[in-house]
Ligand binder design. Structure first.
Ligand code: ADP
Ligand code: ASP
Ligand code: MG
Length: 438
């Protein structure tokens, strides 16, 4: 069975929902994972922020504007009165729920419950539409099978068992199982989520859990491009990527894929296709164990990076220094992205500054610490096997006029990463494309 995920833009209007329905109803049984309609999760975040800020009026205004949009969607989506009524009842119920939250004692759990409404609504709208069209569709409730542990990590073994149980509860002749991306339950049994953009991760986890024959991520572009299309002109789709190459690109900023979404598919060796709802015939990108060798494939950039340097005479000939430094980051649950070392110091980068002050306080015991904020990691992905001479030169040559804070090469065979100032990002991505792909 295949798993097909459609992102926010792909279900962003009544017409787009109809287009997706036409794409998926080919008589073959499949699981369809949906995001919230585009813009919805952002509005739900705004509602929560307003409630945290004690501004119930602002929250009510966002709720009312969002509701108006859904009224139009329901009116346009369904053709018969019975379906229209069901659609209106659905949105009335969800929006009454949103209106029930008060600023007093507004909690993280409340916020998560609010954020889940977008996917709950989009999946129900799609299911009712398919039913109206006479398709054997069923809702597969993600909140009954998608579970995470205390650290927010999905528990694949539990998901595997629970999703099978949920599917068995539904009619045996179900053609389309419609399920929510993004949302899940935490160990307390509360509604939670897989972080922004997490519907890709949901699709990959569902695919891995049911041992799907293929996972398809349908979005608004024809596959993974060789650079960020929002920043560089004339980027091109990459036909084939290995799981490792795709994981590096997703982790280092290619927004088309959620950073962790490749891993579950890789674990079970399930091919992932990136496809375009606006151009369904386009080949897109196939992520699998097959890839072209001896090529530089793509460039991506990850924003919001902080680079930290610890300089210490004590590192000279000492053992255990790096462990002590890394332990400080571990204590504060702060992942390190990149590391470079020299005889007298170590530089590393983080993308989560939440505990930076505490980390710096402890690092000061180990040497002189300098911090650079507003940095960006630019990551070049391809086949960097050592016999492919000249690749490193091409990259550093392209970056000749850009101040480079750190370089990392050799961590894997697939990437070279550099840290630069955020203000140089646009220039760096453009000169790299010109040098590497033109
Ligand atoms: P969805 O809502 O379907 O999940 P996203 O907005 O999360 O879609 O991801 C698709 C967008 O990712 C594209 O519209 C594109 O602007 C952006 N993007 C950034 N980097 C890349 C890249 N390297 N290749 C393709 N798209 C990219
Ligand atoms: N709706 C969620 C978001 O906007 C999840 C997703 O679209 O992947 O982040
Ligand atoms: Mg996305």
């Amino acid at each position: 069975m295949k798993v097909l995920k459609f992102g926010g833009t792909s279900v962003g209007s009544a017409q787009r929902i109809k287009n997706v329905a036409a794409l998926v109803r080919d008589g073959e049984q499949k699981i369809v994972v949906l995001s919230a309609m585009s813009g919805t999760t952002n509005s739900l975040v705004e509602i929560s922020k307003a409630l945290y800020n004690n501004d119930e009026k602002a929250a009510a205004e966002v709720i009312s504007n969002l509701y108006q949009k859904y009224v139009i969607v329901v009116d346009e989506l369904y053709s018969n009165d019975q379906s229209k009524q069901k659609g209106h009842l659905l949105i009335t119920n969800h929006f009454n729920y949103l209106k029930s939250f008060k600023a007093a004692d507004f909690s993280v759990a409340d916020e998560k419950a609010i954020l889940a409404q977008g996917e709950l609504i989009s999946t129900a709208l799609m299911h009712y539409y398919l039913e109206e069209q006479g398709v054997k569709s069923a809702l597969l409730p993600a909140l009954n099978y998608m579970v995470i542990d205390e650290d927010g990590e999905p528990i694949l073994s539990n998901i595997e068992i629970a999703i099978k149980t949920e599917m068995e509860k539904l009619a045996a002749d179900t053609e389309l199982f419609i399920t929510q991306g993004f949302i899940c339950r935490n160990p307390k049994g509360e509604i939670d989520n897989l972080q922004r953009g997490g519907s890709d991760y949901s699709a990959s986890l569902v695919g891995a859990a049911i041992l799907a024959s293929e996972i398809q991520i349908w979005t608004d572009i024809d596959g993974m491009h060789n650079n960020d299309p929002r920043i560089v002109e004339n980027t091109k789709p990459i036909a084939n990527l290995s799981f490792d190459e795709a994981a590096e690109l997703a982790y280092f900023g290619a927004k088309i894929l959620h950073p962790t979404s490749v891993l579950p598919a890789k674990l079970r060796q399930i091919p992932v296709r990136l496809l375009n709802t606006l151009d369904p015939e386009a080949y897109g990108t196939c992520i699998s164990t097959q890839t072209e060798r001896n090529k530089i494939k793509a460039v991506a950039a990850k924003d919001g990076i902080t680079a930290i340097k610890i300089k210490s005479g004590r590192m000279l000939l000492a053992y255990g220094f790096l462990r002590k430094v890394f332990e400080i980051f571990e204590q504060h649950k702060t992942p390190i992205d990149m590391v470079t070392t020299s005889e007298v110091g170590v530089s590393l980068t983080i993308d989560n500054n939440k505990n930076l002050d505490k980390i710096l306080e402890q690092l000061n015991d180990y040497g002189t610490v300098t911090v650079d904020t507003d940095q960006v990691i630019v990551c070049v992905v391809g086949d960097f096997s050592i016999e492919n001479t000249g690749f490193v030169h091409n990259i550093t040559h392209a970056l000749a006029d850009i101040p480079v804070r750190m370089i990392s090469y050799g961590g894997s065979m697939y990437n070279i990463s550099v840290v630069i100032n955020a203000k140089d990002k646009v220039k760096a991505l453009n000169v790299l494309s010109a040098q590497l792909f033109e």
